[in-house]
Design a protein around this ligand. Structure first.
Ligand SMILES: Cc1cc2nc3c(=O)[nH]c(=O)nc-3n(C[C@H](O)[C@H](O)[C@H](O)COP(=O)(O)OP(=O)(O)OC[C@H]3O[C@@H](n4cnc5c(N)ncnc54)[C@H](O)[C@@H]3O)c2cc1C
Length: 408
């Protein structure tokens, strides 16, 4: 069997794997990324693309550890999106430069104070009622604008894949990567199987698992503890039909009641992705009941919203992260370093640059290898970017008024 030697074999082509590949390539390392489905399947393609500044994690007026971790990140992303830092993300669509934050109770006026007081780089700016967007007119609480960018994750994946085509290959969905352990228990090599039956044995200085939820089975195959990963499910709502583009969090105390971002379907129609507390509560609710609940929540939080022409759908997705004692969200990214295996979970998309810094410092500690070896995979297929949930979904539900009232 053909053998290939690389500095890093990266398994999994979501935001983590693709960003790491770009970084290592620019550092002159030889790196190969393998994907068993399509790029970003799982979390990245489903993400809302909000480049959090930490404000969302400080709604109680405390600088939480999560907020501290996130606060430097938007500036790093901004430079990449402008093409002034690597990776060059100038081809990634910025869906919005800012975000509305509004509350449903009288305490919401305090929201404006937290960002500055806690030393966050992004601070909420009060929006006067007559400057409020039409959708938020008639809301009882205060309204703020927050300069948090929202990106299209689909175009982020395409952007990162495009610049590193030669180093990314498709492996079979089943048994695409066969991990071979040495007598010392370390990963000796990984045999790659292509969907059309080709095989190559990769011997890597570092094997990086960046497979999201797929990290657990990879770890088990490498003789590592798969319980170091936790998953936290979400049941997200999608709604389309005559809606304007809108980006905003409606908060109630320290919780985000609904978190709305807009995406465009392949035919150009605007779709709202609705997350926040409703998507967490929605895990134990079936599709139709969740749609009815989402309708009620949206109309309560945005009294001027018209949903007459709305069609609805939902999707379930798991967030995969390093384990925590409580099962709650980790404060930061997680890297497990065991032998020649690195397992990586960013926890949030916005934390990917910080995660990559940690990974590339480790991978960069070995001498650079010849990148020409990758030519041996020149005939292998390249994976496509995953389809977004709103383009994948076939069954959209229109609620008649009587149905929604009954269900709510
Ligand atoms: C609904 C939702 C909304 C979110 N919104 C935000 C947000 O607004 N802001 C934010 O900062 N974060 C957000 N996040 C979190 C963010 O999406 C994730 O932290 C991040 O995308 C994880 O990226 P990843 O590359 O590590 O994993 P993934 O995106 O899950 O990618 C893993 C990749 O590995 C591949 N793979 C799996 N197993 C194998 C295998 N055996 N061999 C080869 N390939 C394999 C998969 O097909 C996939 O392409 C959100 C998450 C969800 C679920």
């Amino acid at each position: 069997m053909e053998k290939v030697h690389v500095n890093a074999l990266i398994i999994g082509g979501g935001a983590t794997g693709l960003w790491l590949l770009d970084q290592l390539r620019h550092e002159g390392r030889s790196a190969l990324l393998v994907e068993s489905k399509s790029l970003g399947t799982g979390q990245t393609i489903a993400a809302q693309g909000i480049l959090h500044s930490g404000l969302k994690y400080s709604l109680q007026g405390l600088l939480t550890a999560s907020a501290r971790e996130a606060r430097e990140m938007p500036a790093i992303w901004r430079k990449c999106l402008e093409g002034n830092s690597l990776p060059n993300l100038s081809q990634t669509d910025i869906r919005s430069q800012s975000f509305y934050l509004w509350g449903t109770n009288s305490a919401s006026s305090k929201l404006g104070m937290w960002g500055a007081r806690l030393g966050l780089q992004v601070t909420p700016q009060a929006v006067s009622p007559h400057n409020a967007p039409a959708l938020l007119k008639g809301c009882s609480g205060s309204i703020f604008s927050v300069a948090e960018q929202v990106i299209s994750c689909e175009s982020l994946l395409a952007n990162l894949a495009e610049t590193n085509q030669k180093q990314i290959v498709q492996v079979a969905e089943d048994q695409g990567t066969e991990i071979r352990l040495g007598s010392d228990g370390r990963v000796q090599s990984i045999v790659l199987n292509s969907p059309d039956g080709q095989q190559v044995e990769v011997i890597a200085d570092w094997n990086v698992f960046s497979a999201g939820k797929g990290n657990a089975p990879l770890r088990a195959a490498a003789g590592l503890d798969s319980r170091k990963q936790q998953t936290r499910p979400l049941h997200m709502v999608m709604v389309r039909g005559g809606l304007p583009e809108f980006y905003g969090h409606c908060v109630d105390g320290a919780t985000t009641r609904v978190s709305i971002t807009s995406a465009k379907r392949s035919d150009g129609e605007v779709v709202w992705q609705v997350g926040g507390k409703i998507a967490e509560d929605g895990v134990s609710i079936d599709r139709d009941d969740l749609i009815a609940l989402a309708r009620t929540e949206l109309l309560e939080t945005m009294p001027r919203l018209s949903l007459e022409d709305a069609s609805w759908a939902t999707y379930r997705v798991d967030r995969a992260e390093g384990i925590t004692m409580t099962g709650g969200r980790p404060d930061s990214f997680r890297i497990e370093k065991e032998g020649n295996v690195l397992t990586a979970w960013p926890t949030k998309l916005v934390l990917v640059p910080q995660l990559i810094r940690g990974l590339s410092n480790t991978v960069g500690s070995v001498p650079a290898r010849d990148t020409e070896e990758l030519d041996k995979l020149a005939s292998w297929a390249r994976p496509a970017v995953a389809k977004a949930p709103w383009d994948r979904e076939q069954a959209w539900t229109s609620l008649t008024l009587s149905q929604s009232t009954a269900a709510a």
